[in-house]
Design a protein around this ligand. Sequence first.
Ligand SMILES: Nc1ncnc2c1ncn2[C@@H]1O[C@H](COP(=O)(O)OP(=O)(O)O)[C@@H](O)[C@H]1O
Ligand SMILES: [Mg+2]
Length: 276
Amino acid sequence: MTTANSTPAIEAINLTQYYGDAASENRVTALDNVSITAERGELLCLIGPSGCGKSTLLNIMGGLAMPKSGQLLVNGKPITGPKPDDIAFVFQESPLFPWSTIVENIKVGLEFRGVPKEERDGRAWSALEAVGLKPFGNHFPGQISGGMKQRAQLARALSLNTDIILMDEPFGALDEQTRMVLGEDLSVMLSKTEKTIVFVTHSLVEAVFLADRVAIMTSLPGQIKEIIEIDEPHPRNPDFIMSDKFNKLRNHLYALLHDEIRKAVERESALSAKRT
Ligand SMILES: Nc1ncnc2c1ncn2[C@@H]1O[C@H](COP(=O)(O)OP(=O)(O)O)[C@@H](O)[C@H]1O
Ligand SMILES: [Mg+2]
């Protein structure tokens, strides 16, 4: 889904990130010289074992954290600090204010980004419509389900009209069936836009169903093990999940991921043994 403008939306070059002092034996190298590109208009999935550096990479891509070394280009420009104007985020837990209605919550986000008052109402309602939540715009967060709250978060991100949306396990706290329906709806929604999406997930099915490309990360120190292409037009048809093509891709992904998950679990056990 790339367009004539071939400058990548996001270009991460040789990113290294660690936590803890150099001298400390507890230093964690979350990213080790990672380079990856999100092409304009694509949905790039990041998948990998728990604790492998997915959120670290996504946060650096969004300018929420600075790497220890390496460079990040957003729309071809180097980023040296927070870059909220080009980028919206969707996180796993929905940070909605419980005392405001859904539409008011979205309008707060628009106010925060400096959108003029007279535009906020229209933009908030059309984003709610896009995610199928218009009938619930005047409800309070406590009155809607977990799946609807994540739709509200998507609406908030869409209302900001950014070119890029970064999503960190946005459906991770939902049950399997709700996340499948949300995944299908997201595929339809995104096929109508030219947005670039980077989507972190630990679900193989979600990755194959949604992504144009899936980047598999290694266990720590986090690196990109392999990138696989999912060559299937959007919006993805629910029947895609039952096809041989889907199964082959999912199995290939599973094989790549399996060793990394085992290494991550073994690393965790070794660390706990050292602590006790
Ligand atoms: N602020 C932090 N301080 C110390 N260690 C951290 C911090 N953030 C993440 N880590 C560690 O870095 C590694 C990667 O974390 P993260 O990027 O959150 O992984 P993922 O999102 O893949 O689960 C983990 O081992 C985690 O414990
Ligand atoms: Mg994470």
